[in-house]
Design a protein around this ligand. Structure first.
Ligand code: ADP
Ligand code: ADP
Length: 227
């Protein structure tokens, strides 16, 4: 079953000097429910632009993005997002950051804290529930940002090079935790990376952007090494 559909998508940016940048030329793409899709390609090939269009953070020049058969007109409540930079709210402590998505859905405090604590424990952050983001290392903040994105069990998890800034050991741990989340909760993940290894480790499908920017080169289906 399709969950995301991209049809004839084009995105042109106009720079301050009035140059036109065709970031995406004509993208067609279907993403199925429960797929773990890795978008991979060289820098400047349009990965982040394609992701932001799917997230509803920017809008197409031409063409459409549909999620569950509805045209995307803005960020979706059923989507979780993780960015390259640690994007926690600095004025909230860790547990209030992680439970934020549940708070705006009016989930009672006891239940949202229980969910946040469960995730933070899984991510090795139980001792930091009351800490503020600046008190945590970069890797810990990124773990908390991922916990926040998945706390409300979003149907789709969008991630833009979330592990790029982590050391190799932390990255491997987080990759494993992400696979666990995906196996347990059976959600759709769209993951941007420029690492071929990472895409092969994580993805059920790899979408390779062309070195000529703005186009998809190939799509590969991956046979998973685990059940
Ligand atoms: P990638 O994520 O693959 O590195 P991007 O999607 O970030 O590629 O960028 C694709 C192209 O679009 C690049 O040439 C980039 O400079 C340009 N671009 C991205 N965002 C903007 C923007 N807001 N304004 C102008 N150009 C942009
Ligand atoms: P990524 O590392 O994910 O490819 P970039 O570093 O290319 O992202 O872009 C970071 C931010 O800068 C984005 O918000 C993007 O839209 C913007 N951006 C990228 N290229 C340009 C550009 N040529 N002109 C203006 N903004 C840009």
């Amino acid at each position: 079953n399709k969950i995301i559909e991209v049809n004839n998508l084009k995105k042109t940016f106009i720079t301050e000097k009035q140059n036109r940048i065709e970031a995406l030329k004509e993208i067609n793409l279907d993403i199925g429910e429960q797929e773990f899709v890795c978008l991979i390609g060289p820098s400047g090939s349009g990965k982040s632009t394609l992701l932001r269009l799917m997230e509803g953070l920017i809008f197409p020049t031409e063409g459409i993005v549909k999620v569950k058969n509805k045209i995307v007109t803005g960020p979706l409540p059923e989507a979780g997002m993780v960015f390259q930079e640690y994007s926690l709210m600095p004025w909230r402590n860790i547990i209030d950051n992680v439970s934020f998505g549940l708070e705006i859905r009016n989930i009672p405090k006891i239940r949202r804290y229980a969910r946040a604590e469960e995730l933070l424990e899984k991510f090795g952050l139980s001792e930091f529930l009351q800490s503020y983001p600046y008190e945590l290392s970069g890797g810990m903040q990124q773990r908390a940002a991922i916990a926040r994105a998945i706390a409300a069990s979003p149907d789709i998890l969008f991630m833009d090079e979330p592990f790029g800034a982590l050391d190799a050991y932390t990255r491997l741990q987080m990759q494993k935790d992400l696979i666990d989340f995906w196996l347990e909760e059976k959600r759709t993940v769209v993951f941007v990376t420029h690492s071929i290894e990472e895409s092969i480790f994580l993805g059920t499908k790899i979408i390779l952007m062309s070195p000529r920017p703005g186009q998809i080169d190939k799509e590969y289906d991956i046979n998973l090494p685990y059940p």
